[in-house]
Design a binder for this molecule. Structure first.
Ligand code: ATP
Ligand code: NCN
Length: 195
């Protein structure tokens, strides 16, 4: 099983920024696989407008051609807010032989001290913080117990967000090249994100 990167998010919908983040983490931290974990209720932002089953289906369509990527729906099966500490604790019990790494986007690293039971979480996983190639991150303000568990991986900045994709679809504007074609097909077949 080996070194497993975990990328959590709402994925409403999944896009190329997510896929490139996973690929950059594989390269930067020598991972064997990345598991995508759609949240049920995200801790720090409003809940997604699309149900979990559809978000999971879009993820599956997006990663079908990559044997190193997998969808893990553990948070969709759990009640309540999707705290990372609960997810990681459960995954380590199920897969004691794996080493887990939690992947975080560049602007989220500074928020790690506010995560639920963060000290305990840092004992269970290392973090992979994505950073821009032209702008190495300054981690000096992070507490040492987090900094010592943080690996940096370089990712070229990709200015794609699910929010912008949803807005474009509502307005009938193109989304091609922002997310994989099979995901666009799924969105169109199911009439998602229409105004
Ligand atoms: N363009 C991007 N480049 C790098 N990382 C990204 C990008 N978009 C999202 N991520 C990271 O992927 C994870 C999941 O993101 P999430 O599903 O919340 O996507 P989002 O596009 O930011 O969504 P929304 O616009 O709905 O808030 C987070 O760790 C986030 O930092
Ligand atoms: O556990 C926490 O306290 C916590 C706080 C903020 C974010 N997270 C997780 O980080 C991932 C990305 O979060 P977001 O808000 O960018 O979708 C997602 O899996 C969240 O559950 C987790």
């Amino acid at each position: 099983m080996g070194r497993i990167g975990l990328l959590g998010g709402t994925f409403d919908p999944v896009h190329f920024g997510h896929l490139l983040a996973a690929q950059a983490a594989i390269e930067g931290a020598r991972l064997d696989e990345v598991w995508f974990i759609p949240t049920a209720i995200p801790p720090h932002k409003p809940g997604p407008g699309t149900n979990g089953e559809r978000r999971r289906s879009m993820l599956e369509a997006a990663i079908a051609d990559n044997p190193l990527f997998r969808v893990e729906d553990i948070e969709l099966q759990r009640e309540g807010t999707s705290y990372t500490i609960d997810t990681v604790t459960a995954l380590r019990e199920r897969h004691p032989e794996a080493e887990f790494f939690w992947i975080v986007g560049s602007d989220m690293v500074k928020d790690l001290p506010n995560w639920r039971r963060i000290a305990e979480l840092t004992r269970q996983v290392s973090f992979i913080g994505l950073e821009r190639p032209d702008q190495p991150s300054d981690d000096d303000l992070l507490p040492v117990y987090i900094r010592s568990r943080l690996i940096r991986a370089v990712m070229p900045p990709i200015g794609i967000s699910s929010t912008d994709i949803r807005r474009r679809l509502r307005e009938g504007r193109p989304v091609r090249y922002l997310l994989p074609d099979p995901v666009i097909d799924f969105i169109q077949r199911n009439g998602l994100y229409e105004s």
